[in-house]
Design a protein around this ligand. Structure first.
Ligand code: NAI
Length: 336
């Protein structure tokens, strides 16, 4: 069967890392047609917008996209294309599995947790205004609809993947209404999943427990802002932004797969970025389209190349280029 997949190379290191991942995915023998679209600053000249309608239509049609990072100007300029894409396609769940890759040195062992981040509201609603000069109001929106939907997603995920516990993360001691409703929604959903334990942590305490004993956590479900911050913290537990994948998932099986890291303008165009995080997102994508055998093959190739230790990018202590890393994975696939 031919898979049609939307490709969004992005900017900064995006085109380099997506090129590497496309090469590896094609080396698995997957029969794939890519529909490639620019987005972000580069799309403005051609389409007059950072998020072209044709791109959105493509993802709605193919239901699956591989996406490189897209930069957002800080404090001014256009709003985040990444947030815009999630909103336009109602990609309400951001899934970030975090685990120790064998051969990647980190401070911790036995980390195997999954972050389920609500993706559509909270302080990312983009509702900010000047009340009077010198006073800004940024609105944190929490709805029972979105909280219940993400909670259900987390418990369904836990059940499907043999996970034992879902922990709701909040600051309901201070934001009694907003975070209180998030917590209540998770608890209400939990009653339908007696086979899965449910508990909760206050977000600041969670951060301390994560850096002291991360192996105690299983599935974490969080509102948008805490999810964003905690997922970078968790990436740091297992080797950094270069090794953690992500998926943005919506209703009807729609999925946009991207790395947790950004467009890294400081190293863009140098062929030194680590494509591993996007490659692991590609593995999630292969599983999403029911190509588990190819996903397993890529994982074996990744483990083999990392274990051998000869080909690694600079962020993992090596000196290999992005292209050399992709070629090494393709060669390992060929040997399998
Ligand atoms: P960043 O993740 O791009 O970079 C942080 C640091 O990590 C930099 O030193 C960078 O060189 C390094 N790094 C990141 N990815 C790497 C990789 N694959 N291999 C080796 N080193 C890597 O975060 P930053 O600098 O805060 O953001 C840069 C731009 O990316 C911003 O415009 C931001 O808005 C955007 N961004 C986009 C995201 C997305 O498309 N989903 C997510 C996060 C940020």
């Amino acid at each position: 069967m031919t898979h049609t997949i939307t490709l969004i190379p992005g900017d900064g290191i995006g085109p380099e890392v997506t090129r590497a991942v496309v090469k590896v995915i094609e080396a698995t023998g997957l029969d794939v047609q890519w529909e490639s679209y620019t987005a972000g600053a580069a799309a403005v000249a051609e389409h007059g917008t950072t998020l072209p309608t044709a791109l959105l239509d493509s993802v709605r049609r193919t239901k699956v996209a591989l996406k490189g990072p897209i930069g957002t100007p800080v404090g001014e300029g256009f709003t985040s294309v990444n947030v815009g894409l999630r909103k336009a396609l109602d990609l309400f769940a951001n899934l970030r599995p975090v685990w120790n890759l064998p051969s990647i040195k980190s401070r911790y062992e036995g980390v195997d947790l999954v972050i389920v981040r609500e993706n559509t509201e909270d302080l990312y609603s983009g509702l900010e205004h000047v009340v009077v000069p010198g006073v800004i109001e940024s609105l944190k929106i929490i709805t029972s609809h979105a909280s219940t939907r993400i909670a259900r997603f987390a418990f369904e995920y836990a059940r499907r993947h043999g996970r034992k516990r879902v922990t709701a993360i909040h600051k309901a001691n201070i934001m009694k209404l907003g975070d209180g409703m998030f917590l209540d929604s998770v608890r209400a959903v939990a009653r339908n999943y007696p086979d899965i334990e449910c508990d909760d942590r206050i977000v600041d305490a969670l951060c301390m427990h994560l850096v002291m004993k991360p192996e105690q956590f299983d599935v974490l479900v969080l509102p948008n802002l805490y999810g964003d911050i905690v997922s970078d913290l968790c990436a740091g537990l297992v080797g950094g932004l270069g090794v953690v994948p992500a998926a943005n998932l919506g209703e009807g099986g729609i999925g946009v797969f991207e790395a947790v890291h950004g467009s890294a303008p400081d190293i863009a165009g140098l062929d030194v970025a680590n494509p591993l995080a996007l490659l692991l997102s590609g593995v999630l994508m292969l599983r999403h389209i029911d190509e588990d055998a190819r996903a397993d093959a890529v994982m074996h190739a990744v483990d083999a190349v990392l274990a051998e230790g000869r080909v690694r990018t600079a962020d993992l202590g090596g000196s290999s280029t992005t292209t050399e890393f992709a070629d090494a994975i393709c060669a390992a696939l060929g040997r399998a």
